[in-house]
Design a protein around this ligand. Structure first.
Ligand SMILES: NC(=O)c1ccc[n+]([C@@H]2O[C@H](COP(=O)([O-])OP(=O)(O)OC[C@H]3O[C@@H](n4cnc5c(N)ncnc54)[C@H](O)[C@@H]3O)[C@@H](O)[C@H]2O)c1
Length: 433
């Protein structure tokens, strides 16, 4: 039976390498589609928790996970040898930047080295990790192809960018359209067949290179537009214009305008990082990606700007940053999720401390034991009237639901609002970005 037939009949056995924010939801969707899915991760804790049907990703309810684990459709392992019996494998490992801002694709290479040991005829390999154009063809293909083992014939290779938006209840792994670009047309066809069983909409493109660039365009688009609106916010502050009111009114234009909002800087593992994968590769081709660099500079300067505004807010009350107690509200990188990776709150807290402020934070979503938060060495507090009254200033970095912002405003002398959580509220105590 061909791979396409095995995929259609759901007899195909699927694997996902990397059980994080991207990989675990994907493995669940593959199991839901009726495939046998095996999740592989080096992290034994994650593997054990998946095996016990216990989810550590907010968008994957444990009940759901348990259902597929109990029915035997989903298993987890640290052993790559399971690939021997799998027909497909999706790679969902991290793609960070090195300190020099160069792409670090070592996790991809490590995963492919393992696949190489177990790859067999009619196997499909799909890379989902965000990466620079050419990775699939220039890095993965040479590791897998041999003289007697050709892509598009003996095995299939494709890139399909992951677009998951953690915490978004409307758009999930299942209903976000999936772009698929194979190294050959046959590879695109086979990879599309895998996804079409599990996901709502498939968007085939002509090559892996195009699919890789699609993802980078999407995230560069966000980074550049956020950079633009951050610059407009800085400009409006100089001219004493309320940038939030400007954006709200501009958003009433029914065409040709898409609202983006200023904030304390970029966070997460995508928007601050992915554009530099593109500019790095462009540089190799002799092209300077100016918008990416400029947006990176503006967005990267926002935490420092926020700290300046906190200093100004305290100054209005005849206080200095040095020695003031500052409450940081929201430390994850966006609303209503627990992920603190690359969060601008970490920079803001570090800078506040460097200026001598005594910093505390509140975040009911973030895990207090997260290594990045532990490294920040900032005390977590509950929002009681007493703790609030003991603060000289609060700064809203991430606007989570379930926070009593009215109580914050009542008890803290001044609040710097970088997210417009106090929209429509007039008070001398509010300093807006
Ligand atoms: N998180 C998002 O919102 C998001 C959205 C779109 C795309 N992406 C991209 O998807 C990729 C994965 O991101 P994530 O957020 O899921 O990362 P993550 O850190 O949550 O998960 C990655 C997992 O891979 C595991 N891992 C690392 N190396 C491994 C190896 N060699 N073998 C097996 N497992 C290994 C880690 O233990 C971890 O569990 C990245 O390229 C990221 O840029 C992420």
């Amino acid at each position: 039976m061909s791979l396409i037939e095995r995929l259609r009949s759901r007899e195909a056995r699927t694997a996902v390498i990397g059980l994080g924010y991207v990989g675990l939801p994907l493995a669940v969707e593959l199991a839901r589609a009726g495939y046998h899915a095996v999740g592989i991760d080096l992290n034994t804790d994650k593997v054990q928790r998946v095996g016990a049907g216990e989810s550590y990703i907010k968008d994957v309810p444990s009940d759901e996970l348990k259902k597929f684990v109990s029915s035997g459709h989903l298993v987890a392992s640290t052993d790559f040898a399971v690939l021997e019996t799998c027909d497909t494998v999706n790679i969902c490992v991290p793609t960070p930047l090195r300190k020099t801002r160069d792409p670090d694709i070592s996790y991809i290479v490590a995963a492919v080295e393992e696949i190489r040991k177990y790859i067999h005829p009619q196997m499909l390999v799909v890379l989902e990790s965000t990466t620079y154009p050419g990775t699939t063809e220039e890095v993965i293909l040479p590791l897998l192809e041999r003289d007697d083992f050709h892509v598009g014939e003996e095995f299939f290779l494709a890139f399909s960018p992951e677009r998951v938006d953690p915490g978004n209840p409307r758009f999930t792994t299942k209903n976000i359209p999936k772009v698929v670009g194979g190294v050959t047309p046959r590879c695109t066809e086979v990879a599309s067949e895998l996804y079409s069983a599990a996901l709502a909409t498939i968007v085939p493109v002509s090559s892996a290179r195009v699919a890789e660039t699609v993802k980078l365009l999407e995230n560069t688009f966000r980074s550049v537009n956020i950079g633009l609106v951050n610059e407009i916010a800085l400009m409006c502050n100089k001219m004493d214009i309320d940038v939030w009111e400007v954006i709200r009114a501009a958003s009433t234009k029914p065409f040709g305008f898409l609202p983006f909002f200023p904030g304390p800087g970029l966070g997460g593992h995508c928007i601050p990082i992915d554009p530099f994968y593109l500019s790095w590769k462009a540089k190799l081709a002799g092209f300077e990606a100016r918008f990416i660099e400029l947006a990176g500079q503006i967005n990267g300067s926002m935490p420092e700007y926020v700290v300046t505004r906190v200093g100004e807010a305290l100054n209005m009350h005849r206080k200095a940053l040095n020695g003031s107690r500052v409450l940081v509200l929201g430390v994850s990188y966006k609303s209503n999720i627990d992920d603190v990776r690359e969060s601008p709150a970490l920079d803001v807290m570090r800078l506040l401390k460097r200026h001598g402020a005594e910093v505390v934070y509140h975040d009911s979503f973030a895990n207090r034991e997260d290594p990045e938060l532990e490294h920040a060495a900032v005390e977590a507090v509950d929002l009681t009237p007493e703790t609030l009254a003991g603060c000289d200033c609060a700064v809203v970095i991430t606007g989570h639901g379930g926070v009593d912002y009215a109580s914050v405003l009542e008890h803290v002398p001044v609040v710097v609002d970088t997210r417009n959580v106090y929209e429509g509220i007039r008070s001398d105590k509010i300093v807006r970005l």
